[in-house]
Ligand binder design. Structure first.
Ligand code: C2E
Ligand code: CA
Ligand code: CA
Ligand code: CA
Length: 272
């Protein structure tokens, strides 16, 4: 064979090949994990200004037989690319609704709500509304305690369709939260039209809120914007008392972050 010249294009890239086969191995693993029921939910407290628990955000985990507890950052993107997010999302919704129904039976937890993250693909699915309603019915959970966390890019893809779906679910009592607010398109014109209940200040603004004047300005602007639109606002990623105090001083009334607890099994939330 002729030696390759230095300008020859190389079509076989071992690194890319390795990455592609790692992806397809992971895809197979996710498929199998769904069959074996290896996904579970951890819950992270959402609290009010007094530190009382209002509810929790459900965050999916993969309890892998060899790799241990795998965080969503390692499999959600691939699940989205492969369509496996649809069965995974349905499983997540079912587990969250079952948990809600269980909380409703205990006087210590009866008022808690649960927030579920919804991917663009799930939300765009024509059967999304029907499936959420079916899951609520099967689990016996109250729709009034279920909140869906959506992102801007997800809703702006097809604004009219998003509004219709949100309205359909709102009529039975569901709430909607706009996750990672400030990191996406942030089209304020659409914000006014979307039937939301809540904005979540992204943790990237909360992290340096005490040291970076720009982050502080953005966080305060989001609080003011939420309130002037009649929406609740939650700060996520709050890790220190200083961050909490600053946000509270600037009008934020709901918080989530390591300061109150890391995501963990539902049992860990109930103090007896
Ligand atoms: P997210 O919705 O923005 O969730 C917040 C993430 O921040 C969680 O990471 C949570 O563990 C982490 N976090 C909470 N408090 C703090 C804090 O005080 N400091 C820091 N540094 N981090 C904090 P996690 O659980 O790894 O989830 C990552 C992302 O994966 C989520 O971001 C969400 O976009 C996605 N995700 C999680 N569960 C689901 C799910 O069931 N379905 C879908 N579609 N996506 C999910
Ligand atoms: Ca979220
Ligand atoms: Ca978020
Ligand atoms: Ca995020």
């Amino acid at each position: 064979a002729k030696a390759l010249g230095r300008n020859t294009l190389c079509f076989f890239d071992p690194a890319m090949q390795a990455a592609a086969s790692a992806r397809s191995a992971l895809e197979g693993d996710i498929r199998q994990a769904l069959q074996r029921n290896e996904f579970l939910l951890h819950y992270q407290p959402v609290v009010n200004e007094a530190g009382d628990m209002l509810g929790a955000e459900a965050l999916v985990r993969w309890q892998h037989p060899q790799r241990g507890m795998v965080p969503p950052g390692e499999f959600i993107a691939l699940a989205e690319q492969t369509g496996l997010i649809l069965p995974l999302g349905r499983r997540v919704m079912r587990m969250a609704c079952d948990q809600l129904a269980q909380w409703a039976r205990d006087p210590r937890t009866a008022g808690w709500s649960v927030a579920v993250n919804v991917s663009a693909q799930e939300f765009r699915h024509p059967q999304f509304v029907a499936q959420v309603l079916e899951t609520l019915r099967e689990s016996g959970a109250s729709a009034h305690r279920l909140k869906l966390e959506l992102t801007e890019s997800l809703m702006l893809h097809d604004v009219e369709d998003s509004i219709l779906k949100m309205q359909a679910l709102r009529t039975v009592g569901l709430g909607f939260s706009l996750d990672d607010f400030g990191t996406g398109y942030s089209s304020l014109g659409y914000l006014k039209r979307l039937p939301l209940d809540q904005l979540k200040i992204d943790q990237s603004f909360v992290r340096d809120v005490l040291t970076d004047p720009n982050d502080a300005a953005i966080a305060c602007t989001i609080v003011a914007l939420a309130h002037s639109l009649g929406l609740e606002v939650v700060a996520e990623g709050v890790e220190t008392e200083g961050q909490r105090a600053f946000l509270l001083r600037n009008g934020c009334r709901q918080f989530q972050g390591y300061l109150w607890g890391r995501p963990g099994p539902a049992e860990a939330l109930v103090c007896s």
